[in-house]
Design a protein around this ligand. Structure first.
Ligand code: GDP
Ligand code: CA
Length: 335
């Protein structure tokens, strides 16, 4: 069985660990989000690709959900001693090596998809990991920054009433530096409209038996992948079951600040609204958490087969059961 999964970082990676256990013989292709990518210290950093690679390859800092296990931060400290930042983005010494190798290969002319394959030769994630595109796409967030002089007030969102400055900032600056604490008005995957799917992406979709949307961020992870021209269309036309799992449980994201970016695109933070946001043109099936059993009716009315099952990825076995539920729902849709 060939399964294609569109994945962001933590939610996607943890789900994939369960999927591998639930379907050990499946050929899994992961289309990874690169809209979160950022250039730091002259290096190309791909947070979501690396989270998937490290998580499935056994190198992830499990508590944190990103970055390497057994990490140190000497390089970052040395850079800071020279006054070279940013200090708000956590890059450890082990992690740095990945970005050095990636940047070196990109500089030598290899596309990101080939670089990712080379990095995975070390980590052996047990899935085929392909970036959504080899082209540069950068998610920017249109925000209102607190007025000058109110610097530092960003943490509590103060200044919203005063005349703040309208700006578009890199997603990582919004998410990591500002902790999504300033009002966001729009999320724009800059460059996506000019991007082409990376080699293998459309082929994997065309050959898939099942396509899954893990509990990844619907706006800045899966939404960004779908914004690459050709990918959404290929999925919608694949003619195979497409099943998603809600990242929203009980009206809130399980981790992170997905509610902020959902609000920015005018979608309420509920399991049902996210399903409707994808729509029945894309989704055939949708799993919500048992806490959201009341949402099943609304999702079903939207033309999407829906069921409530436990969706908290507390451990590997529980996550594998979630994956089994998704595969079962896919077979029901197919029948
Ligand atoms: P990111 O790129 O690291 O932000 O990761 P993703 O986009 O792949 O996933 C982020 C989403 O995963 C968030 O919206 C969380 O609500 C969701 N998430 C994290 N843990 C869980 C979980 O245990 N269960 C469910 N249903 N969603 C989760
Ligand atoms: Ca991400």
């Amino acid at each position: 069985m060939r399964i294609v999964v569109l994945a962001g970082g933590i939610g996607g990676a943890r789900f994939l660990r369960g999927l591998k256990q639930a379907a050990p013989d499946a050929e899994i292709t992961v289309i990874g989000n690169t809209g979160d990518d950022i250039h730091l210290f002259g290096l190309r950093v791909c947070p979501d690709l690396d989270t998937v690679m490290y998580t499935l390859g056994g190198g992830i800092n499990d508590e944190q959900g990103w970055g390497r296990t057994d990490e140190t931060f000497h390089l970052k400290e040395e850079l800071a001693a020279y006054g070279v930042g940013p200090e708000w983005f956590g890059l450890g010494d082990r992690d740095f090596a990945t970005h050095v190798v990636r940047t070196q290969m990109l500089g030598a002319g290899y596309p990101l998809s080939a670089v990712t394959e080379a990095l995975c030769a070390r980590w052996k994630p047990g899935v085929r990991l392909i970036p959504m595109t080899d082209d540069r796409v950068e998610t920017h967030v249109a925000v209102t920054l607190p007025p000058e002089g109110a610097e530092g007030a960003a943490g509590d969102g103060a200044g919203a009433g005063a005349a703040g400055e309208q700006r578009a900032i890199h997603f990582q600056e919004y998410w990591v530096r500002l902790r999504a604490s300033v009002p966001a008005h729009a999320v724009v995957p800059v460059g996506a409209d000019q991007a082409k799917p990376a080699p293998g992406v459309l082929e994997a979709i065309a050959e898939a038996d099942i396509i899954l949307f893990p509990p990844s961020n619907p706006v800045v992870s899966i939404g960004t992948i779908l914004a690459v021209p050709g990918i959404r269309e290929a999925i919608a036309d694949a003619g195979v079951p497409i099943v998603g799992l809600s990242p929203i449980v009980g009206g809130a994201p399980v981790r992170g600040m997905a509610d902020k970016v959902l609000a920015a695109v005018g979608v309420e933070t509920t399991a049902a609204a996210v399903a409707e946001h994808y729509g029945s043109g894309l989704l055939d099936g949708w799993l919500v958490d048992t806490a959201d059993a009341a949402a099943v009716e609304r999702v079903t009315a939207a033309g999407i087969r829906c069921r409530a099952v436990p969706l908290m990825m507390t451990d590997l076995d529980t996550t594998a059961r979630m994956a089994e539920e998704a595969l079962t729902l896919a077979e029901e849709v197919r029948a």
